[in-house]
Design a protein around this ligand. Sequence first.
Ligand code: SF4
Length: 301
Amino acid sequence: MNLYKKCILCPRKCMVNRYTNKGFCNLNSKLLIALAKPFFYEEPPISGINGSGTIFFSGCNLKCCYCQNMEISKFNKGKYITITRLAEIMIELQNQNVHNINLVTPTMYIPSIIKAIKKAKEMGLKIPIIYNSSGYENVEIIKLLDGYIDIYLPDFKYYDDSLAIKYSKANNYLINAKLAINEMIRQTGPCIFDQNGLIVKGTIVRHLMLPTLTNDTKKILKYLYETYHDNIYISIMSQYTPNKYITFKELKKPIKAKDYDEIIDYAVNLGITNAFCQIGKTVSESFIPNFNYEGVNKKRN
Ligand code: SF4
């Protein structure tokens, strides 16, 4: 089945032929990427000492008004590459001694990514592969990744669907995220770390706290812990940084330290121990990469 011909790669199910048209994500069937380099701002078991070999795909199937990477997610800044080139990039990152290959916002390109992973493995790719996404996934498509992905790193952004519609223009976020995350955990099993504390298999669910939405955050934490207990890690992120495009008044400020503390206390009281939290001042544009196409083109000798 050619999945680009009647695209249902994400829950929007636009059914467009991406060889000739574009759907909601405004992407055709060609791989478009903006950056491929070691990245050091992920959770410690992912970044380690040498960094995570991060490949930033352009475009997104969500339209989060607070996105930090608008340059690539909304304006689709990027360069077209072939499937073979994507496989080569994975090998080049491995040669830089990164701990893993980190596919960021890969949802819209899954058929090409599967082919690239197969090629890269034939070329000698050995390190774990991370699927790093918004959580707004079509579970039937996530099932196709079984055996290709070692670590899933999905967001769980909202519990209340009205928030997903308001801030990310996404219908039915909750059920799609729940089903997708459930399938991801089924594929990976519980988290496994190597002797250096690096994750080699498992699922880490990320939640970026948004200003004024502590109740929604609590619902997500409660759901995840009551459903998966210690089989997953939860990353509770405080780094929300308002961007210049935001029109919603409540999102124009960082989250309050007291709200983050309240959430950490809540998580501890629930019994969550497998968690990552952010300490100190994390509101910073330094988390935002410079999308300068580094690593995209083949270096000429
Ligand atoms: S990836 Fe999602 S948003 Fe993009 S065309 Fe396919 S179904 Fe539509």
